[in-house]
Design a protein around this ligand. Structure first.
Ligand SMILES: [Zn+2]
Length: 126
């Protein structure tokens, strides 16, 4: 059985946001647990353009820069860092976007110990 990441409407939202934020296709692929080619193909199908990724409203409270999430707590979608686990939690942030697990991820894996175990176990055919 083949599952497409794009069957999930959340994935498209994640793609749009990350792409407009200037994330690389490889990074988005990592976050969505799909291939880079799949991301690029979807970007083209959606007609997303990098040229409009600079929003004019650059009004951000300065304290948001200080209040960076640390590993161990759920991370809002736009605050996720390279060291955060990329498991998407079953909840929404204040901005209405997906929330990541936020635990420190393990080396060689996009997930923390708990999620790596969960996702790896789910893939083993019974
Ligand atoms: Zn996790």
């Amino acid at each position: 059985m083949r599952f497409s990441v794009w069957d999930n409407p959340e994935s498209e939202q994640v793609l749009r946001v990350m792409w407009m934020e200037g994330s690389s296709a490889a990074l988005i692929a990592d976050a969505l647990r799909t291939s880079r080619n799949s991301v690029i193909g979807k970007v083209h199908r959606l007609g997303l353009s990098r040229t409009q990724r600079k929003p004019k409203v650059a009004k951000r409270p300065t304290r948001s820069r200080i209040a960076q999430p640390r590993p161990g707590e759920p991370v809002p979608f736009l605050k996720v860092k390279w060291f955060h686990c990329r498991a998407v939690l079953d909840q929404r942030g204040k901005d209405g976007l997906a929330v990541f697990c936020g635990q420190a991820k393990t080396i060689g894996s996009p997930w923390c110990v708990k999620h790596r175990r969960a996702f790896t176990a789910a893939r083993v055919p019974s």
